[in-house]
Ligand binder design. Structure first.
Ligand code: HEM
Ligand SMILES: Nc1ncnc2c1ncn2[C@@H]1O[C@H](COP(=O)(O)OP(=O)(O)OP(=O)(O)O)[C@@H](O)[C@H]1O
Ligand SMILES: [Mg+2]
Length: 401
């Protein structure tokens, strides 16, 4: 609290020279009571295990605290309540926040201090002077309470600010880091693409030249399979790092879904499961980039298949969704996602799979965003997963035109 703010509080309470004078005339008797009041103060703390726990420094800290408290009380009766008084007391709240003492303790502990002096100083007196003196003392203790609470507030505000600052910084470094990875991935993917095409062509020639019963045929097939996998990963990386702006046309969404299901039929993950397809309203079209939508559906269906135990059904469904969009739903009864996976599933490079790149869903989100659509998922550990994509049906609802 600034001295100016303290002055304002004193004006509010009409605490002035007369009060300082009143307190000074109590000083003699009051000082004699200080050891007593301090003992009462610590009596309350020691009697309460919850409060005592604040003292992590044991007896030594309690002793130090007793001395500090005595000094604090001496200053109460020193009679000088100017700028120095506030300055000295501003630290208390900060120290309390440091040791983790909740601020509501200030009210009860101040009450203990007040009661100690009040009982000791009122005695059997009914004198008006004594009542005025005690009233001045009470006012001062309340002013002290205000100083402590103000510095509590400053400390808390500072803590919140610090926390916010470090959260923002963390986000920034994370974003920079991701941008760097993205660039690195893009250039790496680019470097890999051409030699890969070369290898693929060369292997193809060897395969074509082989006799049907050549014992090395399965090995060559395996090599070609792995090259395809690598090629798909590289394409994903490029797509993620440099998304191509959508080239939109109108086409029936069900046709694309049917095509994707048929293209995927021979995928190992798909061979293990069954699919059920409900094409929804006949011929319902969307206005979108067909190649990107195909990629989107493929990623979602593959994820569903990979998450499913053998023999399970993956349900693919298209629905009218009012409000000018078509809804595409992929529902599996697979392993589902615990909360920590669900929270990060759309992050680039986040994967729980040994052979995953973790780009599937982040690409899906990019594609959906570029089409002004929405994507959401509903998943629980062990409870299967449902992914819903809404894509606008009309040109006017797309953001890229
Ligand atoms: C009227 C109420 C209180 C007053 C006036 C008061 C006063 C003070 C003062 C002057 C300090 C030293 C600040 C500095 O480092 O500059 C302090 C620190 C501290 N107070 Fe209080 N206090 C009060 C209530 C309490 C209560 C109720 C507890 C315990 C439950 C407590 C525990 C502590 C502790 C643990 C420290 C830190 C001691 C250290 O340096 O290790 N205080 N207090
Ligand atoms: N249908 C699903 N069921 C359970 N978990 C899923 C499902 N879809 C995605 N996930 C979880 O989200 C993570 C991220 O998915 P994403 O498609 O982005 O990457 P990936 O499938 O791991 O790898 P990639 O698609 O690049 O090969 C997965 O590793 C998985 O843990
Ligand atoms: Mg995936």
């Amino acid at each position: 609290m600034t001295p100016a703010a303290f002055e304002q509080l004193k004006r509010y309470l009409e605490f002035g020279n007369a009060d300082a004078e009143n307190i000074r005339s109590l000083a003699g008797e009051a000082r004699a009571l200080i050891p007593n009041v301090v003992e009462q103060f610590y009596g309350h703390i020691l009697a309460d295990p919850e409060t005592l726990r604040i003292f992590t420094g044991g007896e030594e800290q309690i002793d130090r605290q007793r001395r500090v408290m005595r000094g604090w009380l001496e200053d109460v009766f020193a009679g000088d309540y100017g700028p120095e008084y506030v300055k000295k007391r501003t630290e208390i709240g900060h120290a309390h926040v440091r040791v983790g003492l909740p601020q509501h303790y200030m009210f009860t502990s101040m009450e203990v201090v007040w009661r100690g002096f009040f009982v000791g100083l009122i005695g059997d007196s009914t004198s008006a002077t004594r009542r005025r003196e005690l009233s001045s003392l009470h006012a001062l203790l309340m002013l002290d309470l205000a100083i402590m609470l103000a510095s509590y507030q400053d400390s808390y505000t500072e803590q919140v600010r610090k926390r916010e600052r470090s959260a923002v910084e963390e986000k920034l470094t994370r974003a920079e880091h991701l941008a760097e990875i993205g660039q690195l991935a893009a250039s790496l993917a680019h470097e890999i693409k051409n030699p890969l095409a070369g290898i693929s062509g060369a292997i193809q020639i060897i395969q074509d030249a082989m006799r049907d019963d050549d014992p090395h045929r399965p090995i060559i097939s395996e090599v070609i399979g792995q090259i395809h996998r690598l090629d798909a990963t590289v394409k994903d990386l490029l797509l993620y790092a440099r998304p191509i702006p959508p080239k939109a046309t109108s086409f029936p969404l069900a046709n694309v879904a049917a095509r994707v299901l048929s293209v995927l039929r021979e995928e190992p993950a798909m061979l293990r499961i069954r699919t059920e397809f409900d094409p929804g309203p006949v011929g319902a079209t969307i206005h979108a980039d067909e190649a990107q939508v195909e990629h989107l559906l493929m990623n979602l269906i593959l994820n569903a298949a990979q998450a499913s135990p053998a023999g399970e059904i993956v349900r693919v469904r298209i629905q009218e969704n009012g409000s000018g969009s078509l809804r595409f739903v992929v529902k599996d009864n697979g392993v589902g996602m615990p909360p920590e996976v669900r929270d990060r599933a759309f992050e680039a490079f986040y994967t729980t799979k040994a052979k995953g790149t973790g780009l599937g869903l982040s690409i899906c989100r990019k594609i959906v965003d570029a089409h002004n659509g929405t994507i959401s998922l509903d998943s629980e550990r062990g409870g299967g997963t449902t992914v819903m994509v809404d894509l606008p049906r009309n040109k006017s609802n797309n953001s890229f035109e």
